[in-house]
Design a binder for this molecule. Structure first.
Ligand SMILES: Cc1ncc(COP(=O)(O)O)c(C=O)c1O
Length: 366
C-alpha cells in the first residue's frame, strides 16, 4: 500500500522509544507517580529553554491561565481583555473564576490582538490582558507596543504562549518573556506533548510562590498539612514529566522540522492564488500549525478528505460561539471564521506527503 492510500491526519502527537525508556526506567524505581523529582527536572528544562527564573507545571494549559489570573488578583466581575481569535480555553480560563472576557479583534497578518483596539477596550474594571501569540507569531505592532501599554496603564499582561514553545521575539526573548506570567500547553497537538499538561513561567518569585501554592492546596510547604492560603489541586504527575523530559530533548530538532515543513508548503503552494499561507519569520518562529486562508473552504476540505488528507477549520470568532453569543463587530476574526484552514502540520509529516498535499490542492483549484 502506498503511503498516500493511508489517511494523513492534520495532527498527531509523536511519542517513541525515548519516552518509553524514560517511563520504564521510572517504573523500575520506587515512585509515587505524583509530581516530585522528575517534575522538578522537567520544570528546570523548560525554565532553561525559555530563559525564565521560575517554571511551575500544572495539569493543562487552561488551568494555567486561570491560576495566572488568580495569582494576579483577578476575581468575579473583573474584566480581562482577550483576542476574539483564539482557542476558547483563553476566555474560558477566566470565565471559570467569574471574571468577564472582553473580546478584541486581531491583526489580519498575524491573528494576534490589535494593540490599539486593546487600548480602546480598557475600562476601570480591566485587571489583565491575555496576549495570545497565535501560531508562534509576534504582533506586527511589535511586542514593545504591548509592553508600553502595560506600563502606561499598570495592567499586567499574561502571555498565552500555548502555541509558541520554540518561538522568540525580535530581540531574542522567548515568547512569553514579555508578560508578567506566561502559559504553555502540552496537549496532544503541541510541539511537545505530555498528553495533557501546562506550564507557567515568570521571573517574579512572589508570583511563582503564589502559583505553587494555588496548585497544591495552598500548602505552606511540600508534604505538610499546614495551609496559609486557599489553594486547589492542579498538580502534574511524574509519568507525564518522564514523557515531557524525553520530548524536551527532541525540541530543537522538532523546531527545525516545523520550519522545514512550512518552507516546503510555501514552495509547493506559492503559485496557487486561491490559498495563502500566513507568513512566518523563520528566524524567530517555529510554526506550530500550517495556517491558511482558502477559497471555497468547505469543498476543498471534502476534496482533500476524499484524497486521504485531514484538515481542520481554524477557530471561529469567539463572540459568535454559542457559549458566548455576543454581538459586536470583529471583521478580522469573522473573516477567518469563514476562510481559515489548518493543513496537516505534524512533526512526522514527510516531504513527499507535503508534496502530495500541495499537488492535490493544485488539482482542486485547477
Ligand atoms: C492558545 C491556546 N490557549 C490555551 C490552550 C489550552 O491548553 P490545554 O488544552 O492544555 O488546556 C490551547 C490549546 O489547546 C491554546 O491553543
Amino acid at each position: 500500500m502506498s503511503k498516500f492510500e493511508k489517511f494523513i491526519p492534520q495532527m498527531r502527537p509523536l511519542f517513541g522509544i525515548e519516552e518509553k525508556n524514560e517511563l520504564l526506567d521510572y517504573l523500575e524505581e520506587d515512585g509515587f507517580f505524583t509530581e516530585f523529582k522528575k517534575t522538578e527536572e522537567f520544570e528546570k528544562a523548560i525554565a532553561n529553554f525559555v530563559g525564565s527564573k521560575n517554571c511551575i507545571v500544572v495539569n493543562n494549559g487552561t488551568i494555567s491561565l486561570t491560576l495566572a489570573a488568580l495569582a494576579l488578583g483577578v476575581g468575579p466581575g473583573d474584566e480581562v481583555i482577550v483576542p476574539n481569535y483564539t482557542m476558547i480555553a483563553t476566555p474560558n480560563s477566566i470565565k471559570m473564576i467569574g471574571a468577564v472576557p472582553v473580546f478584541v479583534d486581531v491583526e489580519p497578518s498575524t491573528l494576534i490582538m490589535d494593540v490599539e483596539l486593546a487600548r480602546l477596550a480598557i475600562t476601570s474594571k480591566t485587571k489583565a490582558i491575555i496576549l495570545v501569540s497565535a501560531n508562534g507569531r509576534s504582533p506586527k505592532s511589535g511586542i514593545n507596543a504591548f509592553e508600553l501599554l502595560s506600563k502606561e496603564t499598570g495592567i499586567p499582561i499574561i502571555e498565552d504562549a500555548a502555541q509558541s514553545l520554540g518561538s522568540t521575539y525580535f530581540d531574542g526573548r522567548h515568547i512569553g518573556r514579555a508578560g508578567l506570567i506566561a502559559s504553555l500547553s502540552f496537549s496532544a497537538p503541541k510541539i511537545i506533548s505530555t498528553g495533557q499538561g501546562g506550564a507557567l513561567f515568570t521571573d517574579d518569585d512572589a508570583l511563582a510562590e503564589k502559583l505553587r501554592k494555588l496548585k497544591d492546596f495552598g500548602r505552606s510547604s511540600g508534604g505538610t498539612d499546614v495551609h496559609d492560603s486557599i489553594g486547589y489541586n492542579f498538580k502534574f504527575t511524574e509519568l507525564q514529566a518522564c514523557v515531557g523530559l524525553a520530548q524536551m530533548r527532541q525540541l530543537k530538532t522538532r523546531i527545525e522540522r516545523k520550519k522545514q515543513i512550512f518552507k516546503r508548503y510555501m514552495l509547493g503552494l506559492h503559485n496557487v492564488n486561491e490559498i495563502s499561507l500566513f507568513s512566518h519569520d523563520l528566524n524567530l518562529c517555529a510554526p506550530w500549525f500550517i495556517d491558511s486562508r482558502v477559497k471555497e473552504r468547505e469543498k476543498l476540505v471534502l476534496f482533500l478528505k476524499n484524497n486521504q488528507i485531514g484538515t481542520r477549520i481554524m477557530y471561529p470568532p469567539i463572540n459568535q460561539q454559542k457559549a458566548y453569543g455576543e454581538t459586536g463587530s470583529y471583521p478580522v476574526s469573522e473573516e477567518i471564521g469563514k476562510s481559515g484552514l489548518w493543513l496537516p502540520s505534524m512533526i512526522q509529516l514527510e516531504d513527499d506527503q507535503i508534496d502530495y498535499i500541495c499537488n492535490k490542492i493544485k488539482d482542486f483549484y485547477a
